[in-house]
Design a protein around this ligand. Structure first.
Ligand code: UD1
Length: 417
C-alpha cells in the first residue's frame, strides 16, 4: 500500500491548476446512462473514484473511450445490465447515483445497498422514498435494492434533509418521467447545478437548480451532448489551506472563487489576503494564521468536506477555534491523528475545540477517509521533521496527482511504494 512522506517546513509558492470536480464528475458520468447516444466529457479528473464509476457503468454495457486529454466518450447504446454489484458499490458509496438513471432508462435497476461508512451511517432512504413517490416499486432483498417502474411519474417530493446525491438521483430519474417533478428542500451545491446543465444540454427541461426548489418537466428521450466538468472546489480549498498554513503565496488556476465563498471568507478571517480573478484565485498568507471557528452546513454555508482541512490549519494558528460538524455524525477521526502530531484538540460530541500550538512534530499517521487524509497532508507540511501518511488510497480517490502538484509548489512530498 502506498504511503506519502512529507518533510515539513517548506513554504508553498507558485501556480498550479485545479482538476475537474470529483463530486460533479461522478453524477455526470451516470447521466450518460440516460440516453442511447454518445456523451463527450472534458475536464474529467483522473481519480480512483472516477475509474471505479467507469468500471461500474462499463459492466452494464456502456462503452468508454478516451477522448483527448482529460476527455472521455461514453456510449450507452449497448446498456443491457442495469445492475450495480456489491463489489464495486462497497468501494464507493456514490455508486448509488446509477439507481435513478437506470430506473428511468431501463424500467428496472438492481443496485447493491451501500453499507455504513467511516464518517457516518449515511442511509439512502431519501433516494428510495423519492423514487417510490414517482411510482417505482422498490424492495430491498439480500443486500440489494430492486427497483422497477414501467415509466416513472412526475411527483412533488420534499426530502427530510438536504441530500446532495439524493437530489441528483431524483433529478436524473425525473428527466425521463411522465409529467412534472418538483424537488423541495433540494441541495443547492454547485455540483447539482453542473449536473443540471449537462442534463439540459442532453435535452432535459429543468428549472431552479441551485435553489432549494427544482422543477423538472419529463421528456420522452434525451440525446447525446458535450459537457465540461466544473472545477473541484474542495481541491481548491484544500490547496488554499496548504498554502495558508505554510505562510505561502499561491495562485490556483482552472478554478473559480464563485464556488468557495464561505471558505475564502474564513481564510480572510484567518489573516490571508485572497484575490479572485475570473478563473483563478491568489492567496498570500501571513507568517502565522489566526484561529477561525467553523460550522459545517449545506451549500452555500461552510462545506463538511473542508472541515478536516480547517481543523489542521487551526492546530498551529494563534488562539482557539470551535469546529462544529453538523452533517456527519462521525467526522472527527482525523483529530486523533493530528493529536499524534502534537495538536491540542478536545472533542465533545460534534464539537472540536482546537487550540493552536507553536509547532507540530512529524510522526507516522493513518489516513481514515478522503478529507481526513487531506488534513494530515496539510499538518505534515507544517510539522517539524518527517510525517509518513499511511493508507493514502483514500487520498487517491479524490486528489489528482497530489504529490506532483504539491511538489510543483515547493513542498517536499514523495510517494513511498
Ligand atoms: C455528498 C458528497 C460528499 C459530501 C456530502 C455532504 C458526493 C459524491 N459526495 O455526499 O463529498 O461530504 O455530500 O456535502 O457528492 N442522509 C440520509 N438519508 C439519505 C441521504 C442522506 O439520512 O437518503 C443524510 C446523510 O447521512 C448525511 C446527510 O444526510 O448525514 C447529508 O448527506 P448527503 O448530502 O446525502 O451526502 P452524499 O450525497 O452521500
Amino acid at each position: 500500500m502506498d504511503k506519502l512522506l512529507i518533510e515539513g517546513g517548506a513554504r508553498l509558492s507558485g501556480e498550479v491548476a485545479m482538476s475537474g470536480a470529483k463530486n460533479a464528475a461522478l453524477p455526470i458520468l451516470c447521466a450518460s446512462l440516460l440516453c442511447a447516444e454518445p456523451m463527450r466529457f472534458s475536464n474529467v479528473p483522473q481519480l480512483n473514484d472516477v475509474s471505479t464509476m467507469l468500471r461500474l457503468i462499463a459492466q452494464m454495457g456502456v462503452t468508454v473511450t478516451p477522448g483527448g486529454e482529460d476527455g472521455l466518450i461514453l456510449d450507452s447504446q449497448g446498456l443491457d445490465n442495469p445492475t450495480a454489484p456489491y463489489d464495486l458499490v462497497k468501494t464507493m458509496r456514490a455508486s448509488i447515483l446509477v439507481l435513478g438513471p437506470l430506473l428511468a432508462r431501463c424500467g428496472e435497476a438492481k443496485v447493491s445497498l451501500p453499507g455504513g461508512c467511516a464518517i457516518g451511517a449515511r442511509p439512502v432512504d431519501q433516494h428510495i422514498k423519492g423514487l417510490q413517490a414517482m411510482g417505482a416499486q422498490i424492495r430491498v432483498e439480500n443486500g440489494y435494492i430492486h427497483a422497477t417502474a414501467a415509466r416513472l411519474k412526475g411527483a412533488r417530493i420534499v426530502t427530510d434533509m438536504v441530500t446532495v446525491t439524493g437530489t441528483e438521483n431524483l433529478m436524473m430519474a425525473a428527466v425521463l418521467a411522465d409529467g412534472e417533478t418538483v424537488i423541495e428542500n433540494a441541495a443547492r451545491e454547485p455540483e447539482v447545478v453542473d449536473l443540471a446543465n449537462c442534463l439540459i444540454a442532453m435535452g432535459a427541461r429543468i428549472k431552479g437548480a441551485g435553489s432549494d426548489n427544482i422543477m423538472i418537466q419529463g421528456v420522452e428521450r434525451l440525446h447525446g451532448a458535450s459537457h465540461s466538468i466544473m472545477p473541484d472546489r474542495i481541491e481548491t480549498g484544500t490547496y488554499l489551506c496548504a498554502a495558508a498554513v505554510t505562510g505561502g503565496q499561491v495562485r490556483l488556476t482552472n478554478t473559480s472563487a464563485l464556488y468557495v465563498d464561505s471558505v475564502l471568507q474564513k481564510l480572510r478571517e484567518a489573516g490571508c489576503q485572497v484575490s479572485a480573478e475570473r478563473d483563478a484565485i491568489e492567496l498570500v498568507a501571513p507568517a502565522r494564521l489566526k484561529a477561525v471557528s467553523i460550522r459545517t452546513s449545506p451549500y452555500p454555508a461552510f462545506p463538511t468536506d473542508m472541515q478536516a482541512q480547517f481543523m489542521a490549519i487551526n492546530c498551529v494558528a494563534e488562539g482557539t477555534a470551535v469546529i462544529r460538524e453538523t452533517i456527519f455524525e462521525n467526522r472527527f477521526m482525523h483529530a486523533v491523528e493530528l493529536i499524534r502530531l502534537g495538536a491540542d484538540i478536545k472533542i465533545e460530541a460534534n464539537n472540536a475545540l482546537v487550540t493552536g500550538v507553536a509547532h507540530l512534530d512529524g510522526a507516522t499517521v493513518m489516513a481514515t477517509d478522503l478529507r481526513a487524509s487531506a488534513s494530515l497532508v496539510i499538518a505534515g507540511l507544517i510539522a517539524q521533521g518527517e510525517t509518513l501518511i499511511e493508507r493514502i488510497y483514500h487520498l487517491d480517490r479524490g486528489y489528482e496527482r497530489i504529490e506532483q502538484k504539491l511538489t510543483s509548489l515547493g513542498a517536499k512530498v514523495s510517494r513511498v511504494r
